[in-house]
Design a protein around this ligand. Structure first.
Ligand code: GLC
Length: 557
């Protein structure tokens, strides 16, 4: 039975094209059993909240059995639920509850690496050098007189070498933490097992998949392995472009996604995929192709600062790229890996320009009020763009990055592996506040990461019914978006380069839905039209600084 109060949501095979997708980080969303760790039953219990918020789909970050060396992205068993988070029955009940509200469910697939607890890696360790069990991973002998040096100069994403040495003298590859050994995608078992996993979840009613590190699965493992000059993966990701790099964005990775597309198409409606691929935008189109995963995250939007001309150019390129792929565009402002946008938009002048990724709470935040004002304006702009909007839990409450986490509380491997130079991503993973009071503000038991004391004021309870709150802004924006979005994915810019340089972006969607953002801090003229919603108070003077307004019709003149 479908809940009759649920907003109209797209059904049919194209439901994903302009979906508003809400990312649940399960361990921090809602804790039903009170052990301080969010769980699947907790997520199920909040589907009515998400329906009222107006989302079309949820994406769950990994909830699989895991030793949590990397927040669950170290998967020990791809076809099960971590017992601390529930059971497969709980999962089925959660999917049924989501579907009751017409909310689709997307799960995270982590195919680049397993956990070192995975039965395959354990078998490989036991079986020893040269065994067939080791072929499923990347084991090599080291360089130097006694093999005491890593086989190549490849660096791990979290800092330090991408190779670790075993007591038997052999090295194994891990582009992330040592507890995340990379799989060998030249091995047929790996292909077969992931297809089995995709079918396993699809058979349980899962509607789609988010593919973790989709650009790194295939590697050039011909001997001798090639060095890359010892530069960091982040730097390489920004420059690699010919499909020939030893382990990033290789052309043949798309053969895997063509196989997966065949699996997706066994279902009705076909399952959907979205690639997490930090690659050059010209190459992103391959991941989003309808013969491949179908959609890819667009991180250029997230990486762009508070600048009208820069954002306009990113929007144009993103729409063009998505169209060329036959996909719809995607927009992301926050996720579990980056500084929450309510803080990112208010970083001090001297903050690291690369602060959007991994550095977390080490970056100085200048002005929290300004950050929230800009975040609300940026969200309304995002929700008016054609394509899918991926939102991260807690952004609807305007949560800032929890920068006050003490060093002793940090859990992210980035902290240790960067020799305490990068605090990591815990600041955006702090459990959500649901109520004003109580030990964990209604989250559950003693939270696995401590919540700052001001979280109570930002809780769902505190914001509900207050029409000036960020929660009510999201609800109204998503309600209007459902009404206005249609199926036409076009956008027309209004105004000139001059208005952009003055800090104003104005575009119109079909049926006269206008979106105007004033990036400057001065008031600008408010175009004509019926005001549908604004990210902040409008006053009589015009469009205040750092504010977005949606208007209907009559704005052209
Ligand atoms: C992705 C995830 C991130 C994780 C990494 C390794 O980038 O989003 O959280 O640490 O992959 O799996």
């Amino acid at each position: 039975m479908t809940d009759s109060t649920a907003p109209h949501r797209q059904d049919g095979p194209d439901w994903w094209r302009q979906a508003a997708v809400y990312q649940i980080y399960p361990r921090s969303f809602a804790d039903a059993d009170g052990d301080g760790l969010g769980d699947i039953a907790g997520a199920a219990s909040r589907m009515s909240y998400l329906s009222e918020l107006g989302v079309d789909a949820v994406w769950l970050s990994p909830f699989y059995p895991s030793a949590l060396a990397d927040g669950g992205y170290d998967v020990a068993d791809y076809r099960n639920v971590d017992p601390r988070l529930g059971t497969l029955d709980d999962f089925d009940a959660m999917v049924a509850e989501a579907h009751r509200f017409s909310i689709k469910v997307i799960v995270d697939i982590v195919p680049n690496h397993t956990s070192d607890d995975h039965e395959w890696f354990q078998a490989a360790l036991r079986a020893g050098p040269g065994s067939p069990e080791r072929e499923r991973y990347v084991f090599r002998q080291g360089k130097g007189q006694d093999g005491e040096l890593p086989p190549t100069d490849w660096q791990s994403m979290f800092g330090g070498p991408a190779w670790s040495r075993l007591p038997d003298g052999w090295w194994y590859l891990h582009l992330f933490a040592p507890e995340q050994p990379d799989l060998n995608w030249d091995h047929p078992d790996v292909h077969a097992d992931f297809k089995k996993t995709l079918r396993f979840w699809s058979d349980r009613g899962v509607d789609g998949f988010r593919i973790d590190v989709a650009n790194a699965l295939t590697k050039d493992l011909t001997e001798p392995l090639r060095d890359v000059g010892g530069i960091s993966i982040e730097e390489q990701m920004a420059t690699v472009e010919d499909g020939q790099h030893p382990f990033l964005d290789r052309d043949e990775v798309h053969e895997i996604y063509r196989e997966w597309r065949e699996v997706f198409n066994e279902y009705d409606p076909p399952r959907v995929g979205v690639a997490e691929a930090w690659v050059k935008k010209e190459r992103l189109v391959r991941y989003a192709s309808p013969e491949g995963l179908g959609q890819a995250f667009n991180f250029d939007y997230l990486k762009t600062g508070w600048s009208a001309p820069e954002l306009r150019s990113v929007i144009d390129v993103s729409l063009r790229t998505a169209r060329a792929a036959g996909a719809s565009a995607t927009w992301v402002l926050s996720n579990h890996d980056v500084i929450r946008h309510a803080s990112r938009f208010a970083l001090a002048e001297d903050a690291d320009p690369e602060a959007w990724l991994l550095s977390g709470g080490t970056q100085p935040v200048a002005d929290r009020e300004r950050g929230l004002r800009r975040a609300r304006a940026a969200t309304m702009l995002e929700l008016a763009l054609p394509g899918s909007a991926y939102m991260y839990q807690g952004e609807e409450l305007g949560l800032p990055e929890a920068a006050e986490l003490a060093e002793g509380d940090l859990q992210d491997p980035v902290w240790e592996r960067s020799s305490h130079t990068r605090k990591g991503r815990d600041g955006c993973r702090v459990p959500l506040p649901w109520t004003r009071e109580g030990e964990s503000f209604g989250f559950g038991g003693t939270p696995w990461l401590p919540q700052p004391s001001y979280f109570g004021e930002l809780s769902v309870e505190a914001q509900e019914g207050d029409e000036t709150s960020t929660l009510e802004l999201y609800r109204e924006a998503l309600r209007l978006r459902h009404k206005l979005v249609g199926t036409d994915e076009s956008l027309e810019w209004i105004g000139s380069q001059e208005t952009e340089e003055a800090g104003v972006l104005h575009f119109v969607r079909p049926d006269g839905w206008h979106c105007v953002t004033n990036f400057s801090s001065e008031t600008k003229p408010l175009p004509a039209g019926e005001v549908l919603l604004s990210s902040g108070p409008l006053g009589d003077e015009g469009l205040p600084g750092e504010t977005t307004v949606w208007l209907r019709d009559g704005a052209e003149g």
